[in-house]
Design a protein around this ligand. Structure first.
Ligand code: PEP
Ligand code: MG
Length: 601
């Protein structure tokens, strides 16, 4: 498990980005939703009528499916869903001008129905592209969805209801949104492989909290498999093997057994504290995405919750949970952490985390740079205050802290605190008890917040570094875009220098500091982070906890400081990587390895 991967990849071994650890061998379930590979076929004159019949049959199938889905939804949700959408889609499907146009294209261009639909869609896009009116622009989305549905009937013959699986499968898809991932049936999905995605995309983070091995950023793996194919997903090495040979099957099975064996051994020591050989104690906490994850805290030896990503409460529900529902949820968290604490992060909606039924914001051309996180909350003070009141009320039941995400300016922090003060005042008036001195902190995850950290520190009591976003915004890369994933470099000098600045600012201002980005779950980075200064509080996905605890028990703070101070003096990512890998590897023991060493970052 330690040491660099040296074996050359075979043609059926695809290298991607490891997003969630573990190794599984299973059968592919291909989700080919939006990414149809539509090719043009020239038809012979005698094939044209049959092709038109095929198209009409697909239209009928889509209409039938639409009415079945509507009936089922009516049974399940009563009147909770916006059912008019089904009627709008049915109308488009029944629109005679659409069918006529497709027929015309098939006849005139002598092409297959899929190609004709594609041409039709392009025509609609060209005509709609100049329309400013949001209502009409949204209708184009409806047309897209309807045409996709017919295409699916033509291409696959059926829909892909991946929340409804009846046997264990490895999901292979072009992309999975966080909302998709949340709706997976955890008992049936044993592995995930996607073309898109980066190391810290939220679908990967969720897969990891669901303990489903996942590899993302595989570029085109979804085009190389079919449903039912055997496949291996090695979420440790970031490799997917399509149609494994007997030899590969045995090799990966051995790796899997070894991984499980080490994992069990690490778990046996999960409750030992993370204290370095020279006596420095580090708190190791869990990142959670739902109060259902609380059951994993004890299993993995977590000391409370360092980050609760509350926006997942919202992603798959038809509306925002009200104050009472949120209060009940946060109360469970407060009660579960006992003498430890839980950091409740206010909604980080936006970016790639857009609710299925979220109609609060128009689609944005650059969501990662758009109305996300604290910006969204400050522009919807009613939503924000509802959440703040719910957290405050829950603070009467245990040790909670409040944390705001994605700050870029002092004004945002001051405004957020004003709204918090208003929420407190409202609760005082209504007589609801809460922790009057609940600590308030911020995520440092934008370069701007790094630069003004000393000023921000005067208005809050703790910092938590979100390295996932800090790297995204510092390197100007979209963290879900696999094409720029190579620039996700925690060891770039710019990132290390920013981290050192934050550590210094926190030390000087005497605000406490933790790290909750993915870097906190990798031993190599942990050594550097501890060595940079007073980082003694780490929060990570629960599966990383036992190995990080063990790693910390096998190092000395003094050595970490020596390595960090030399690393930060180097001027290029390559130099830093080479140096750090040469230094840190000697501290690895069985079961404790690093992504950086195994996978070159
Ligand atoms: C981060 O950005 O590092 C972080 C922990 O928050 P999230 O991954 O939810 O954006
Ligand atoms: Mg973040």
């Amino acid at each position: 498990m330690t040491g660099k991967e040296t074996r050359r990849l075979k043609p059926n071994e695809h290298k991607g980005i490891p997003a969630s650890s573990g190794i599984v061998i299973g059968k592919v379930y291909l989700i080919d939703r939006d990414n149809f590979c539509v090719l043009k076929h020239e038809l012979r004159p005698d094939e044209i009528d049959t092709e038109i019949e095929k198209f009409k049959a697909a239209l009928d199938t889509s209409l039938m499916e639409m009415s079945e889905i509507k009936d089922q939804a009516l049974r399940e949700f009563d009147d909770e869903l916006p059912f008019t959408i089904f009627d709008a889609h049915t109308q488009i499907l029944r629109d005679p001008s659409m069918a006529k146009e497709v027929e015309r294209i098939i006849r005139d261009s002598r092409c297959n129905a899929e190609w004709a639909l594609n041409i039709l869609l392009k025509g609609y896009h060209a005509r709609f592209s100049n329309i400013k009116d949001k209502y009409f622009r949204d209708r184009l989305q409806d047309i897209d969805q309807v045409v996709t549905k017919v295409l699916r009937s033509l291409v696959q013959g059926e829909d892909a209801p991946f929340s409804n699986l009846d046997e264990p499968v490895v999901l292979v898809a072009h992309d999975l949104s966080p909302a998709d991932t949340l709706s997976l049936n955890q008992d049936m999905v044993i592995g995930i492989a996607t073309d898109a995605g980066g190391k810290t995309s939220h679908a990967g983070i969720l897969a990891s909290s669901m303990d489903i091995p996942a590899v993302v950023g595989l570029k085109d793996v979804s085009r190389k498999v079919s449903t039912g194919d055997p496949v291996v997903v090695d979420g440790n090495a970031g490799i997917v093997v399509t149609m494994p040979t007997n030899e590969q099957f045995m090799e990966y099975n051995t790796r899997r057994q070894k991984y499980v064996y080490y994992d069990q051994a690490l778990h046996a020591q999960k409750d030992l504290e993370a204290i370095t050989l020279d006596g420095e104690r580090v708190a190791i906490r869990a990142n959670i995405e739902s109060s259902h994850d609380l059951v994993h805290l004890e299993e993995h030896g977590a000391e409370g919750v360092g980050l609760y990503r509350t926006e997942y409460l919202f992603l798959n529900s038809s509306s925002l949970p009200d104050e009472r529902a949120q209060y009940e949820d946060y109360k469970k968290v407060a009660e579960a952490v006992g003498k430890n604490h839980a950091v409740i992060r206010t909604f980080d909606l936006g970016g790639d985390k857009v609710g299925k039924y979220m109609d609060y914001a128009d689609p944005e051309p650059n969501p990662a740079l758009g109305l996300r996180a604290i910006r969204f909350c400050l522009s919807h003070p009613d939503i924000f205050k509802t959440q703040l009141r719910a957290i405050l009320r829950a603070s009467a039941h245990g040790n909670l802290k409040i944390m705001y995400p994605l700050l870029t300016s002092l004004e945002e922090l001051i405004r957020a605190n004003e709204l918090l003060a208003e929420a407190k005042e409202e609760l005082r008036k209504s007589g609801d008890p809460f922790d009057e001195s609940i600590p308030v902190g911020i995520m440092i995850e934008t370069p701007s917040s790094v630069m003004i950290a000393p000023e921000l520190a005067r208005h809050c009591s703790f910092f938590s570094i979100g390295t996932n976003d800090l790297i995204q915004y510092a390197m100007a890369i979209d963290r879900v875009n696999e094409r720029v994933a190579y620039l996700y470099q925690p060891l770039s000098p710019s990132i290390l220098r920013m981290l050192a600045m934050i550590v210094r600012a926190a030390d000087e201002a005497e605000v406490s500091l933790s790290i909750c980005g993915k870097m906190a779950g990798d031993p190599t980075y942990v050594m550097l982070l501890m060595g940079l200064g007073g980082v003694r509080d780490l929060s990570m996905d629960v599966h990383s906890i036992p190995r990080i605890k063990k790693f910390i028990r096998s190092i000395k703070l003094k050595e970490a400081q020596t390595i960090a101070s030399h690393a930060i003096s180097l001027g290029s990512t390559e130099q830093i990587k080479e140096y750090v890998v040469s230094q840190v590897g000697r501290f690895f023991v069985d079961g404790v390895s690093s992504d950086l060493v195994e996978n070159d970052g």
